[in-house]
Design a protein around this ligand. Structure first.
Ligand code: BV8
Length: 234
């Protein structure tokens, strides 16, 4: 059966070979920090300087990394796919964006950053989002509202992921779901495979090793993303 409606979910494992650190490779620490100290609204309220600096460092690191063969394989797939292709990434880096910018996708393609983007900021008063490639000061003034401040445009733990209606509609209509480079540790992304199964889709996991949700997938390929992703979509 030729597949028409494809949903691809990616996690930090697809960017690992570009040199972007994953979340759980370390001993539960993330670049030396506990998640609850840098990736929650409470952390930002408690210590805005620590949180802004954590994201400033990661934003600056983007200048040193490039998309890898796995990102490029998805860009080439999107350029030739003649159905609907929704690429949902949990990653806040811009490596997918850069790969698709240099290999323009066909009409049925959409990229969603469900956990936000390092290169954007948002106003704490209005929620408005703007491009922001530089460092954010602990009390960075917002251009939208005098009392507003700018925070990273990042979905922290305890906050709702972005575009969930669009993602759930695509999962309900898909006939192929491919998860790439994610541990299946964080919800709601970790539950997407079960939504795809309910829709009757074929579900495939491409990862370095079995994820926490590997039992939910029809099929799997294990190995480095730069090898298994181009091979799977060849
Ligand atoms: C929400 C932005 C509703 C930050 C991120 C109990 C049960 C169920 C859920 C919960 C629960 N308690 C709390 C929750 C909710 C919580 C959650 O799931 N917690 C977990 C820890 C239990 N989820 C939330 O809070 C979410 N929101 O639920 O909204 C709500 C609303 C209000 C109040 C309550 C509920 C929001 C979650 C978003 C958090 N933000 N990112 C930032 O980036 O700074 S999450 C962050 O970790 C990433 O974005 C990613 O999504 C997530 C998981 O990371 P992965 O991408 O999977 O990376 P990881 O390191 O874990 O794995 C890498 C994988 O790659 C590994 O498998 C490895 O083998 C593989 N790999 C490595 N190298 C390679 C490779 N594969 C291939 N090739 C390689 N070379």
């Amino acid at each position: 059966m030729t597949h028409r409606n494809l949903v691809i979910l990616t996690g930090s494992g697809i960017s690992a070979e570009s040199g972007v650190p994953t979340f759980r490779a370390a001993d539960g620490l993330w670049m030396g920090h506990r998640v609850q100290d840098v990736a929650t609204p409470e952390a930002f309220a408690r210590d805005p300087a620590l949180v802004q600096d954590f994201y400033n460092q990661r934003r600056r690191q983007l200048a040193q990394v490039e998309p890898n063969a796995a990102h490029q394989a998805l860009a080439e797939l999107a350029a030739r796919w003649d159905g609907d292709l929704l690429l949902v990434t949990q990653n806040v880096d811009d490596l997918h964006d850069r790969a698709h910018a240099s290999t323009p996708p066909a009409a049925g393609f959409e990229l969603i950053h469900m956990h936000g983007e390092l290169l954007k900021a948002q106003c704490t008063a209005t929620g408005q989002v703007l491009d922001w490639p530089g460092d954010l000061a602990p009390d960075q003034p917002s251009p939208f509202r005098p009392k507003g401040r700018l925070r990273p445009h990042i979905v922290w733990f305890g906050e709702w992921p972005l575009r969930m209606d669009r993602i759930e509609a695509a999962l309900a209509a898909c006939d192929l779901f491919v998860s790439i480079g994610t541990s299946g540790a964080v919800y709601p992304a970790a539950g997407f495979v079960q939504l795809a199964n309910h829709a009757g889709a074929r579900t495939v996991e491409l990862n370095l090793e079995p994820s926490l949700g590997s039992r939910f997938f029809d099929d799997a390929r294990y190995g480095p993303a730069t090898e298994i992703v181009p091979a799977f979509f060849a």
